[in-house]
Design a binder for this molecule. Structure first.
Ligand code: PMP
Length: 429
């Protein structure tokens, strides 16, 4: 079937709505290897999208295909014990501090986020959950109740019991202060917001170490530590949503490792965890759930959570990440990216903020000489121009998000960044 036919066929059967990248790109994918994707017409793309940071080990890794294929042939279904799952738990626990060494698997990020909230409520006997402006934790009703942005297209009412407080996006400081001298007053503002909102019984604070959906927004050094202290002052658990930042993306296996004082109580994992086979997890410690409603048999069970296929895919992914030292590679390649971003800020007056941690890269486009966001149609054009140049990346509103595989060859990374430069040079906003 032709590209046109494939798209027309789906559209004639699909409910309206769905995945935005599908229709924005109109791409009919044929195959993918490491950091390259080919469409049905044979056009090749450098993949800076990777399904929103899902294939950190690269597309179609041979070892991944072999190990997952073997499990698929042996048994894919059911939640019995398997070697794959027990070995996965052992290997994952060995990478985590002892306080986080207990694992439970689910299938999607949203589901694991909701489980983390249930765990916190069961562990503390309290109910409120504090989340952040600009934060995103998924699209199920409970996860949406934590959403820190406009919910205009989303169907309410949402479950009560959540409260959103300001986040530290220094480029757009909610207090219009300078980071070098502000003394992190936004943390005080968050605390005031909690108190003014008369939120007296906080079970948990949930935060992304880097806000992904908001545009890969990186908080300043020391911010998460301050959030940890805020949680302590309110007797709340700290839930880190590492659905995007986990598994090497930010240059360490988990983003929280970069500050030993952050010490989360629960970490939520997903996306790159099993390189495309749906799998997610929470990691925490046993004392928090023992004797609680969460710790009862089957309370957190689901049809697909920790099934043999997902377990084998997660195990293969983690082994590859560790054996090929991909978190370290993300950190090193991230240094190259940081230099390029610095030159973009010099050369292109419409590049406002541009920053990365490892291979999690965010660029915000503004009207030159101001901090006003560039109109959406300009970002849309950039997206289309990149596509024409053979680069897949996320660009919407005034923000660009880049997620290459951590295994991307240096010349493919360079090729993708160079395409950005050529698109930016042709742009006269
Ligand atoms: N948390 C974060 C930080 C996310 O970015 C996402 C998805 N973009 C989710 C949770 C939800 O994951 P899923 O789409 O797998 O439900």
């Amino acid at each position: 079937a032709s590209t046109h036919h494939t798209i027309a066929l789906e559209r004639s059967h699909r409910l309206p709505g769905g995945q935005s990248m599908t229709d924005l790109s109109g791409l009919v994918v044929d195959r993918a290897r490491n950091a390259e994707v080919w469409d049905k017409d044979g056009k090749r793309y450098i993949d800076f999208f990777t399904g929103v940071g899902v294939c950190n080990i690269g597309h179609s890794h041979p070892r991944f295909l072999a190990e997952v294929g073997e499990q698929l042939g042996a048994c894919a279904v059911g939640t019995f014990y398997t070697d794959a799952r027990s070995r996965y738990y052992e290997l994952l626990a060995a990478q985590l501090p002892e306080r986080l060494g207990k694992i439970h698997m689910f299938s999607t990020g949203s589901e694991a986020v909701e489980a983390a909230v249930k765990l916190a409520r069961a562990a503390t006997g309290k109910h409120e959950v504090v989340s952040f402006w600009g934060g995103f934790h998924g699209k199920t009703q409970g996860a949406l109740s934590l959403h820190g942005g406009p919910r205009k297209h989303r169907s309410g009412p949402f479950p009560p019991g959540s409260h959103q407080v300001p986040y530290a996006y220094c480029y757009r400081c909610p207090l219009q202060l300078e980071h070098s001298t502000c003394g992190q007053r936004c943390v005080d503002l968050a605390e005031q917001s909690i108190e003014n909102g008369s939120v007296g019984d906080i079970a948990a604070i949930i935060v992304e170490p880097v806000q992904g959906t908001n545009g890969n927004i990186i908080p300043p050094a020391g911010y998460l530590r301050a959030v940890r202290r805020l949680a302590d002052r309110h007797g709340a658990l700290l839930i880190l949503d590492e659905v995007i930042t986990g598994f090497g993306r930010t240059g360490s296996l988990f983003a929280f490792e970069q500050d030993p004082e952050v010490r989360p109580d629960v970490v939520v994992l997903g996306k790159a965890m099993a390189s495309g086979v749906p799998a997610s997890a929470i990691v925490s410690r046993a004392e928090l759930v023992e004797g609680t409603s969460f710790g009862q048999p089957s309370a957190a069970a689901s049809t697909f959570g920790g099934n043999p296929l997902a377990s084998a895919a997660a195990l293969a992914t983690l082994r590859i990440l560790l054996d090929e030292r991909l978190p370290e590679r993300a950190r090193l390649l991230g240094e190259t990216v940081a230099r390029r971003l610095a030159s973009w800020k010099e050369e292109f007056p419409f590049v406002g903020n541009a920053a990365n941690v490892g291979l999690m890269v965010g660029v915000e486009l503004v009207e030159p000489g101001t901090r006003r966001p560039l109109p959406k149609d300009v970002t849309r054009r950039i997206f289309q121009d990149l596509l024409a140049e053979g680069v897949l990346a996320m660009a919407y509103d005034s923000r660009i998000r880049i997620y290459p595989p951590l295994s991307i060859p240096a010349d493919h990374l360079d090729e993708g960044l160079a395409a950005f430069e050529s698109v930016f040079r042709s742009l006269r906003p």
